[in-house]
Design a binder for this molecule. Structure first.
Ligand code: SDX
Length: 431
C-alpha cells in the first residue's frame, strides 16, 4: 500500500510523502506543500501539526502511555530518581556509576550563583511572583558567563557544564526567589546535600537551624520533579524549541520556557487547582456547584487540573501522584480536606456526561498541589516546582534541535485576513 498522500486541489492531484515513527505514529509531510501547490495548512492550536521528529519522549494519549527514552513513567517513578531520570532524558541512556557521579559532581560545582546576583534579587518588590523572578534570573545568571554571552551554537565544548549549571542553579534561583518574596535571608546550598534535599534546605532552613529533611518529604518532592521532567511538544517545550531555533543560548531558551509554563492553562494549573479547591472548601460546596459552573461556558470557570490536549484517557502521572498523595499524607499524619474535595470532584466528574463525552480526565496538575502543600511548598511556588522538574526536558529538546544537522529557524506562515490595500490619511484629515 502506497505510503503517499494524494491531495486534490484546483483540479490537480498532488502527491505528498508520509512518514511513520517508531511507535507507528503517522504524518503527512507538507514541507513542500506551499512550493508545489501555493497552499499552506492552518491548524488552530497546532492540535494536528507536528513541529519535529524527536527521540526523547513518547506519549500515547488514548492509552495513557508516557515513556522517557522508551522507559515507562511508572517504572522510573518506582525505581529511579530525578537526577538519574534527568540524565536519561538529556543524554538518551540511564547513566552508569561514573556518569552519574560526574553529573552529580557538576551539580555541586555549579550550584552557587555569582554573588552579584544578590543585587538583582534585591531589585524585585516583595510580592513579586517567583515565576517572574525565575525567568528573569535565569537570563541574569547567564550574564555572568562570557562563553554564554558569546554562545557558539553547536560548537560549545562546555555544553555539558552549562546543562549541569542550569539544572543546578535553577534550584538556587527558585529557592532565593521564594526567600526574597518573604523577606527572608538567602540560604546557601550545602556541598554534602543531594539535589532535592539541597533545594528543600535552601527553601526552608534558617541561618540558625537546618530544615529537618524527612526522607518521605525529600522522596515525594523528588517524585514530583521526576514526573514533570518531560512531556514531548507541550506549550513550554515548543517555546524552548522556537527560541532555540534562532540559535539563542541555552539559558535564554529555557527562560522563555518558564514564561510559557506560567500560564494557568499549562503549568500554572497546579496553583489554580489549589485555589479552586480552597474556594470550594471555603464556600462549603461539596463540589457539585463548582462542577455545574465548570460546564457552563459563560461562568468563566474550568475544572482546573482536568482535561488535556493529548491524554484522552487517564494521565499516567495523575494516577501515580494520587497514590503518592495518600502515602505521603498518611506518613506525615496529615488529613487535608482539600484532598477529600479533590477525590469527590474526580469521582463526580468521571461520571458526568459533560466530562465523559469530552474525555476529560485528571491531569498531572490535579493532585500535585496537594502533595506540595502537604510537604510545605507554598502555593505560589507550585509552578516553580514544575519548572525545576521540566528543566531536563527543555534542555533535552534544546540539545536535540542543536544537534539536528538540518535544523532551521521556526517560522510558521499565516493567512492574512486584515484590510486589503489601504491609503495613508494625513492627521488633519482624519475623522
Ligand atoms: C499541563 O501539553 C502538555 O503536555 C501539558 C502538560 C505537560 O506536562 O507539559 O501535560 C501539563 O499543562 C496539563 C494541563 C493543565 N491545565 C489545566 O488543567 C487547565 C484546565 N484544562 C483546560 O484548560 C484544557 O483541558 C486544556 C488546556 C488542558 C486542554 O485544552 P484543549 O486541548 O484546547 O481543549 P479544549 O479547550 O478545546 O476543550 C475541549 C472541550 C471544550 O468544550 P466544547 O467547546 O467542546 O463544548 O472540553 C472543554 C472545553 O470547554 N474543557 C473543559 C475543561 N477542559 C476542556 N471544560 C471544563 N473544565 C475543563 N478543565
Amino acid at each position: 500500500m502506497s505510503n503517499e498522500a494524494k491531495l486534490e486541489l484546483d483540479g490537480k492531484t498532488f502527491t505528498l510523502p508520509t512518514l511513520t515513527g517508531s511507535e507507528n505514529e503517522k504524518a503527512v509531510d507538507i514541507s513542500a506543500l506551499r512550493a508545489n501547490t501555493g497552499y499552506i495548512t492552518i491548524d488552530d492550536g497546532y492540535g494536528n501539526t507536528g513541529s519535529c521528529t524527536s527521540n526523547i519522549t513518547f506519549i500515547d494519549g488514548d492509552k495513557g502511555i508516557l515513556r522517557y527514552r522508551g522507559i515507562p513513567i511508572e517504572e522510573l517513578a518506582e525505581k529511579s530518581n530525578f537526577v538519574e531520570t534527568a540524565y536519561l532524558i538529556i543524554y538518551g541512556e540511564l547513566p552508569n556509576h561514573a556518569q552519574l557521579k560526574k553529573f552529580s559532581d557538576l551539580f555541586t560545582e555549579n550550584q552557587y550563583l555569582h554573588e552579584d546576583m544578590k543585587f538583582h534579587f534585591q531589585g524585585f518588590p516583595g510580592g513579586a511572583h517567583p515565576m517572574a523572578i525565575l525567568s528573569a534570573m535565569i537570563n541574569a545568571a547567564s550574564c555572568f558567563d562570557d562563553d554564554l554571552m558569546r554562545w557558539q551554537w553547536g560548537r560549545n565544548k562546555q555544553f555539558d557544564i552549562y546543562v549541569a549549571r542550569l539544572l543546578s542553579q535553577v534550584r538556587t534561583i527558585a529557592a532565593y526567589s521564594y526567600r526574597k518574596s518573604k523577606g527572608l535571608p538567602l540560604i546557601y546550598p550545602k556541598q554534602s546535600y543531594k539535589y532535592t534535599a539541597n533545594f528543600l534546605h535552601m527553601l526552608f532552613s534558617t541561618p540558625y537551624e537546618d530544615f529537618e529533611l524527612k526522607p518521605e518529604v525529600v522522596k515525594a518532592l523528588d517524585l514530583i520533579f521526576l514526573l514533570h521532567a518531560d512531556h514531548e511538544q507541550n506549550c513550554s517545550t515548543s517555546t524552548v524549541r522556537m527560541v532555540a531555533s534562532s540559535q539563542a543560548n541555552l539559558f535564554a531558551s529555557c527562560a522563555a520556557g518558564v514564561c510559557a509554563l506560567w500560564g494557568p492553562l499549562h503549568g500554572g494549573a497546579n496553583q489554580a487547582v489549589l485555589e479552586m479547591l480552597a474556594q470550594i472548601h471555603k464556600e462549603g460546596d461539596d463540589g457539585s456547584k463548582f462542577i455545574t459552573a465548570a460546564k457552563d461556558k459563560n461562568s468563566g470557570k474550568k475544572l482546573m487540573g482536568f482535561g488535556h490536549r493529548v491524554y484522552k484517557n487517564h494521565d499516567p502521572r495523575a494516577k501515580i501522584i494520587k497514590k503518592a498523595c495518600d502515602e505521603v499524607l498518611s506518613k506525615l499524619h496529615i488529613t487535608d480536606p482539600l484532598l477529600d474535595i479533590a477525590k469527590k470532584l474526580e469521582e463526580a466528574a468521571l461520571k458526568d456526561p459533560y466530562f465523559v463525552e469530552r474525555k476529560l480526565y485528571p491531569n498531572v496538575d490535579f493532585y500535585s498541589g496537594i502533595i506540595m502543600r502537604a510537604i510545605g511548598i507554598p502555593v505560589e511556588m507550585f509552578t516553580v516546582i514544575f519548572a525545576i522538574g521540566r528543566m531536563p526536558g527543555w534542555i533535552a529538546n534544546y540539545k536535540e534541535i542543536m544537534e539536528e544537522p538540518k535544523s532551521r529557524i521556526y517560522r510558521p506562515r499565516q493567512i492574512y485576513t486584515g484590510k486589503t490595500i489601504n491609503e495613508f490619511v494625513p492627521l488633519d484629515k482624519r475623522k
